[in-house]
Design a protein around this ligand. Structure first.
Ligand SMILES: [Zn+2]
Length: 320
């Protein structure tokens, strides 16, 4: 098997070629979509006649958010799928609902592609990441620098709820800015659980939340923004202007809370540095290729901490 970073992560073995999270679909090339975040969803899904595989929740969220996939091939966690000479098995990635890692097995060493991954999981995902054994791992590096260490999400959720309660006592409506896919649903679930107050959300978030409801065990109770007074609002970037007391929930606040924000909560759907090292350790892989974000820092960390042969994946073909 050979891999490279080009139009997403490209894998080939003999006549078989597949794309993992490409920027655009290619005619006749089987494509795997790890999850429904915009930077992993290829252009051309609505019209492509190529094999397009993802989990059922990912297909549903893509439909709610970006208009759908022409003919998705649904993969179930733990059930192998044959694509040419390769056998591909999806494992929960714990990042957002439906997010999958793909174990790819061919004639030589096996490859684990993590997509975006979270070994802690969340309130709305199927489970924390379940990491299978592999010889080689392609691992995301969004927070791949040792400067990223997040407090436990349970604590962050409690702090967010305390902030919201305080703002309400002061007579204002607290609003939390969050990505419409994944983060917003985590916050709605946390507020439902921790505060006995109504939760409102903007239309973009509510559309995705409806798609979530068919697949998650979490309570996701939220009504349209502006429907009534009081409670907490969860808003995506588009509705941020309506909020007076606005906080934001993202791992990036570890670096800096923007001046316009009332508070920042480092609630991330990604692993932090230690979490990424833990995912690589659990895979028992001897070699790692890092992709997206702090690729050099993570490669260095994996070599130092686990003794792995690790480097950023480049556009040159690498043999496993
Ligand atoms: Zn993602």
């Amino acid at each position: 098997m050979e891999i490279r970073l080009s139009n997403g992560v490209e894998v080939r073995e003999g006549d078989t070629r597949i794309l993992l999270d490409p920027r655009r679909t290619e005619p006749g090339v089987p494509t795997l979509v790890s999850h429904a975040h915009a930077d992993h969803v290829p252009r051309g899904l609505k019209t492509s006649s190529s094999l397009l595989a993802c989990t059922r929740p990912t297909a549903d969220v893509i439909r709610a958010r970006y208009g759908g996939i022409r003919r998705p091939v649904i993969v179930e966690f733990g059930e192998p799928m044959e694509v040419g000479s390769l056998t591909i098995t999806a494992y929960p990635a714990g990042h957002i609902l439906g997010s999958a890692m793909f174990l790819i097995e061919g004639r030589g060493p096996s490859l684990l592609y993590t997509g975006d991954v979270n070994p802690l999981g969340g309130l709305t995902v199927e489970s924390p990441a379940i990491v299978p054994r592999a010889d080689v791992i392609v691992i995301e590096s969004t927070y791949g620098s040792p400067r990223f260490g997040f407090p436990h999400p349970q604590r962050v959720r409690a702090e967010l709820a305390l902030w919201a309660a305080r703002v309400m006592r002061e007579g204002s409506t607290p609003a939390v800015l969050a990505y419409a896919v994944g983060k917003a649903q985590e916050i709605i679930a946390a507020l439902n659980r921790l505060l006995d107050v109504p939760v409102q959300a903007d239309p973009e978030i509510l559309r995705v939340t409806e798609a979530y409801k068919n697949h998650t065990k979490a309570d996701l109770v939220a009504s349209p923004l502006g429907g009534h007074e009081g409670g907490v609002a969860v808003v995506s970037a588009r509705s941020k202007a309506v909020a007076r007391r606005l906080s934001l929930a993202t791992g990036w606040v570890i670096l800096r809370v923007p001046r316009w924000a009332d508070a920042g909560f480092p609630l991330s759907s990604h692993a932090d540095y230690a979490g990424l090292v833990e995912v690589a350790r659990r895979s028992e892989a001897g070699r790692a290729y890092t992709v997206w974000g702090r690729t050099r820092d993570l490669a260095r960390g994996l070599t130092l901490e686990l003794g792995m042969e690790a480097r950023p994946l480049s556009s040159r073909w690498e043999s496993l």
